[in-house]
Design a protein around this ligand. Structure first.
Ligand SMILES: Nc1nc2c(c(=O)[nH]1)N[C@H]1C(S)=C(S)[C@@H](COP(=O)(O)OP(=O)(O)OC[C@H]3O[C@@H](n4cnc5c(N)ncnc54)[C@H](O)[C@@H]3O)O[C@H]1N2
Ligand code: MOO
Length: 400
């Protein structure tokens, strides 16, 4: 007897994808790898910042009033003495100010020895006491809190961590993602022949997953071969494995068999939605690559269906793994009436005009033109809507 198979209702599927995710563990990363991560241990300054008195200008460190005679760089200065210094240079003891190079003029005295005087460019009163000196500790004292827990590491925050003397930062974990594009007919470059199809996922899906909070380890194409598929999934060191195609039950579709041979558990085997009905969410056993639980999101091969499956399952899964809130839907008014479709939520790319959302054309499962011009995606309930009625909608990750 054929197995009775019930697809999950759309909102339930989305909730399952969020709830099944165990937050990934914190990790320590070198600064350059920590961009946009969230700090889980605060950063304090290792010493005063700056940690020595220095010059803010190229010129001379001086003590007293002109004329100044020169002493060697680094020697203590007494009144009437000066020594050359560069921007950022260690200020010698006894220095009371720095005279900018533009404001000084080196001449010789009666004995032919060089002396420093003010140039015609010097401003009245120059050099003031303390002028052009960067004082030690003026930005922070040793031990001061610079970046609290929870800081999102922007470029200047990372620069500040370097300034503080940090080499490695403790940050919240980010799930590692690997992408597998199945299909013998799929080609990576050029114009496909009859029976072939150009791979639409490899140029962009990794970037979408990065924007959803994943760190993409890599992507590869798989032929329609069970052994190759099983081995690739088994060996992956990612926490989240994303596949495209192969969700069906034809002789070329191996995803279900591969999951079962690997001892995986199907959490979602079909969603009552269109397009993207055959979407899959499964857990896979850990494979000794240092991973905890592993998750597989099977996106259908049809391009629009794959995008809709990504928003339905991968987006909440990644949010859960990152310890973020479940992605919210928002409300909009329908710009047209939509007929009912029993038992299925329809995900309809729309364009918004004057606050009204109208489904775009060219938005069948195997198409892309509609999505490429869409502002978001309507979550059309099975009973449809009347014109002007409120409808829930999803944001597109590339429109955030
Ligand atoms: N007898 C049935 N056939 C199909 C059903 C069904 O219920 N019964 N469901 C249809 C629906 S709905 C979908 S969606 C697809 C799901 O297909 P698969 O996930 O198994 O994907 P494939 O068969 O491998 O490919 C489907 C389609 O997508 C094209 N494709 C695949 N990969 C790519 C890629 N990287 N770039 C561009 N296009 C790609 C592929 O060539 C096919 O045209 O099954 C329906 N059939
Ligand atoms: O649901 Mo399929 O996902 O129509 O293309």
């Amino acid at each position: 007897m054929a197995e009775i198979h019930l697809k999950h209702e759309w909102a339930v599927a989305r909730q399952i994808a969020y709830d099944c995710a165990d937050r990934v563990a914190e990790e320590s990363l070198p600064l350059a790898a920590a961009l946009n991560r969230v700090l889980s241990e605060a950063v304090f300054s290792a010493q005063d910042i700056p940690h020595f008195d220095s010059s803010a200008m190229d010129g001379w460190a001086v003590n007293g009033s002109p004329p100044w005679i020169f002493v060697s760089a680094g020697e203590r200065l007494f009144p009437g003495q000066a020594s050359a210094i560069l921007t950022g240079g260690n200020l010698p003891l006894g220095a009371k100010a720095v005279l900018r190079s533009e404001s000084g003029l080196v001449t010789t005295d009666q004995e032919g020895l060089p002396v420093l005087n003010l140039s015609p460019e010097a401003k009245p009163g120059e050099p003031r006491s303390g002028q052009h000196i960067r004082r030690s500790g003026q930005e922070a004292s040793a031990g001061e809190l610079l970046l609290p827990v929870g800081t999102e590491l922007s470029p200047p925050a990372l620069a500040l961590a370097a300034l503080a003397g940090a080499d490695v930062l403790r940050v919240s974990g980010r799930p590692r993602v690997e992408l597998f594009f199945t299909g013998d007919e799929v080609i990576g470059h050029g114009i496909p022949e009859v029976g072939q199809v150009r791979d639409v996922f490899s140029p962009q899906l990794a970037a979408v997953l990065e924007s959803l909070g994943g760190t993409v380890l890599g992507q590869r194409r798989l032929s329609d071969d069970l052994l190759e598929t099983t081995e690739a999934l088994e060996k992956s060191e990612a926490t989240v494995l994303i596949t495209t195609g192969g969700t069906g039950s034809s002789s070329a579709d191996h995803l279900h068999t591969a999951i079962s041979q690997l001892g995986g558990e199907l959490l979602i085997d079909g969603v009552a939605m269109r397009p993207g009905g055959p979407s899959i969410l499964a857990t896979l056993p850990a494979n000794g690559a240092g991973s905890g639980p592993r998750y597989l999101v099977g996106l259908p091969g049809n391009p629009l269906a794959a995008f809709m499956a990504l928003l339905t399952l991968a987006e909440p899964l990644l949010a859960g793994l990152n310890g973020e809130q479940r992605p919210e839907t928002f409300e909009l008014a329908a710009g047209v009436a939509i007929e009912p479709l029993a038992g299925r939520t329809r995900l309809m790319p729309y364009r918004e005009l004057y606050g009204l959302a109208s489904p775009v054309n060219k938005a069948e499962a195997a198409m892309l033109r509609g999505l490429a011009e869409a502002d978001g995606v309507l979550i059309m309930p099975p009973h449809g809507v009347r014109m002007g009625e409120p409808v829930q909608a999803l944001r597109l990750p590339w429109k955030l």
